[in-house]
Design a protein around this ligand. Structure first.
Ligand code: CA
Length: 227
C-alpha cells in the first residue's frame, strides 16, 4: 500500500518509515501540517498515519491540534482516505476530538509496531468492506494479515515487493494497473526506482504462480487473468 506518514519527530518517523517499508509498503513522509495538506491535495494514498502535535510549517513549534487541522481539512474536502492518528497524548478529550474529526483509529505512543500493523490491516479491511483480511481471486489467495499466499491450495513464498505487486493487483481485480501505479505502491519518495523493477517482480511472480495469472496489456500495464 502507499502510505503518507505525517510526523515531526525525526526519530519516530524514521523508525516507522523503515519498519513499514520492510513490510512492503511505499511510505511518503512529511513533517508539518502545511506539507501534509499540500501533499494530500495533489496525491492519493491508501492510508494516512497522522501525528496530532504538529508544527504548521518548517521551523515553527508544534501545536497540539496541528494534526486535527489536517484531518478536518481532508474530511472537509470529502476525502474518505482512512486515517490512523498517532499521538503521545492519551487524554480522553483528544481521542474524542480526533474521532469526531473523522479518524478511523487511534494509537497512543509509545506503541508496538506489531500493533500498528494490525490496526492498519483492520482499518483497511473495514474501509474495503471486507469481513476477512484475505483477498481471493480464483485459485489465488493472499492474506495481508499473515502475509501468506497460496495458489491452487499450495503455499507460495514471495518477497515483500513481489507481495506488494500481487496485493495491488488483487485489490483491483479486473483493473489494468500501469507500471507507474505499481511503482507508487513499491516506492516512497527518496527511494531510487529501478527502471525495470515492476517487470522484474512480475517476471518473478509468473515464475512462482505460472505464466497465465498476471497478464500484460502492451504499453498500458498489468492485470489479473479472469478468476
Ligand atoms: Ca509531534
Amino acid at each position: 500500500m502507499r502510505l503518507l506518514l505525517v510526523e515531526d519527530d525525526r526519530m519516530i518517523g524514521e523508525s516507522l518509515r523503515q519498519a513499514l517499508r520492510l513490510e512492503g509498503h511505499a511510505v511518503d513522509w512529511v513533517y508539518d501540517s502545511a506539507a501534509a495538506k499540500a501533499t494530500l491535495g495533489s496525491e492519493r494514498f491508501d492510508l494516512l498515519l497522522l501525528d496530532l502535535g504538529l508544527p504548521d510549517a518548517p521551523g515553527q513549534p508544534a501545536r497540539p491540534d496541528g494534526g486535527l487541522q489536517v484531518l478536518q481539512h481532508l474530511r472537509g474536502r470529502g476525502e474518505t482516505t482512512p486515517v490512523i492518528v498517532l499521538t503521545a497524548r492519551d487524554a480522553l478529550g483528544d481521542r474524542v476530538a480526533g474521532l469526531d474529526a473523522g479518524a478511523d483509529d487511534y494509537l497512543v505512543k509509545p506503541f508496538e509496531l506489531d500493533e500498528l500493523l494490525a490496526r492498519i490491516r483492520a482499518v483497511m479491511r473495514r474501509h474495503g468492506g471486507r469481513a476477512s483480511t484475505a483477498l481471493v481471486h480464483g485459485a489465488l489467495k493472499l492474506d495481508p494479515a499473515t502475509r501468506e499466499v497460496s495458489y491452487q491450495g499450495q503455499p507460495v513464498l514471495l518477497s515483500a515487493r513481489e507481495f506488494a505487486v500481487l496485493e495491488a493487483l488483487m485489490q483491483r481485480p479486473g483493473a489494468v494497473l500501469s507500471r507507474a501505479q505499481l511503482e507508487d505502491r513499491l516506492y516512497g519518495w527518496g527511494e531510487a526506482v529501478e527502471s525495470n523493477a515492476v517487470s522484474v517482480y512480475v517476471h518473478q511472480l509468473r515464475k512462482k504462480l505460472g505464466p497465465e495469472v498476471i497478464q500484460s496489456m502492451r504499453g498500458v500495464g498489468y492485470f489479473l487473468s479472469r478468476a
